[in-house]
Design a binder for this molecule. Sequence first.
Ligand code: HEC
Length: 156
Amino acid sequence: MRKIQFRELFVLSGVLMGALAGLGSWAGRAGSAQPSGLIQGTASAQEQDEDIAQTARKAFMRGKLASNQKIVEGLSTRNFGLITEGTEEIRALVKGQHWFVLRTPEYQGFSGEMQLAAGRLAQAATEHNIEAAALRYFDLTLNCLDCHRYIEKQKY
Ligand code: HEC
């Protein structure tokens, strides 16, 4: 039983590393596409306001990585409290002022799915079921990637 758990977690962690590497490069691409008006000293007041808003939104969005790390650490060390902490942070995100960058039904849908996926992960953590938690985490990560893929196609 224990042997299977470790093997599964090992395989899963490999897959997740790949998924997170994808997230990182996505964030890098998004960053490099930032307007450079401020640096060149040619930005209008409105552009500067947009830059400030964009920086705040990016910082807020990056907060997901810290919560995500808590979950990965919790999974790796069987610290169920840490998993719960990370998932609660992720579920609280939609209440933040920077969350709803789009008011489309799709964005609302991805947000709802993220809430549900985080909720199922929290439930697995409450039940101290490490395999279920690992799989639920995988599900949550796919939701991150799906919403980002959708965002890439939008302009806002
Ligand atoms: C409902 C949609 C949605 C979901 C789900 C979602 N994100 Fe995001 N994420 C965004 C948006 C929007 C941005 C901001 C893109 C921008 O403005 O550059 C973003 C940005 C990011 C960034 C980059 C911030 C930066 O520096 O540019 C990271 C990292 C990130 N998200 C991680 C995650 C993780 C981890 C998850 C899953 C737990 C997740 N996201 C789920 C919508 C989502």
